[in-house]
Design a protein around this ligand. Sequence first.
Ligand SMILES: N[C@@H](CCC(=O)N[C@@H](CS)C(=O)NCC(=O)O)C(=O)O
Length: 215
Amino acid sequence: MKLFSFWRSLATYRVRIALNLKGITPDEVIQVNLIKGDQRQAEYRAINPMMALPALIDGDGPILFESLAIVEYLDETHPTPPLLPRDARGRARVRGLAQLVACDSHPLIVPRVREYLEHELKLDEAARMKWCQHWHKAAVTALETHLSDKATGRYCHGDTITLADICLASQAAGAKFFNVDTAPFPNFSRIANALATIDAFARAHPLKQPGAPAS
Ligand SMILES: N[C@@H](CCC(=O)N[C@@H](CS)C(=O)NCC(=O)O)C(=O)O
């Protein structure tokens, strides 16, 4: 198994958590430096034409891409522990929470968008930061409301870790990168803090990866 990764990639963080929860260690972790723009080099474009991390190759392929699709693949091929509830309504809620992060929020703050704001729309750093913080806060605000539902337990959905928690952890790490204060969001913060104490999450954290800065 080969994982294409970079310390700062929040989408790859999601896959790293799932791999750890499932007890899978990739044979090879290939670094694609997003800061240098290596995701746009021909070599990686051939792996993922979207020029985004993560990508995963399991055995003789095909190449897997998009973090949620990869996590669900890992869940289907390694069912223990399950990352989705058994009931259809529970699965819909967990997938909804996950997509809120991975589809509605995170894509708005990735390097290609920030670089477009900078180079094409000529927004200065303060304006770009305002953009990122705005979309972070919108997602965390929506998550907080969802998490006040009685379906929430110790974690996002009951007392078992699910795909929604994997995504919440990535949102929490992103909020730190972009200086978004999550203290006004008690459910979000409580779950993020609980997840941070779990080894599979702690080991996968962006700042624990090769090449990451100390803080
Ligand atoms: N929806 C995708 C997002 C993938 C994505 O945008 N990844 C970021 C890093 S977290 C990336 O590689 N961006 C490269 C760029 O924006 O140029 C997923 O969840 O896998």
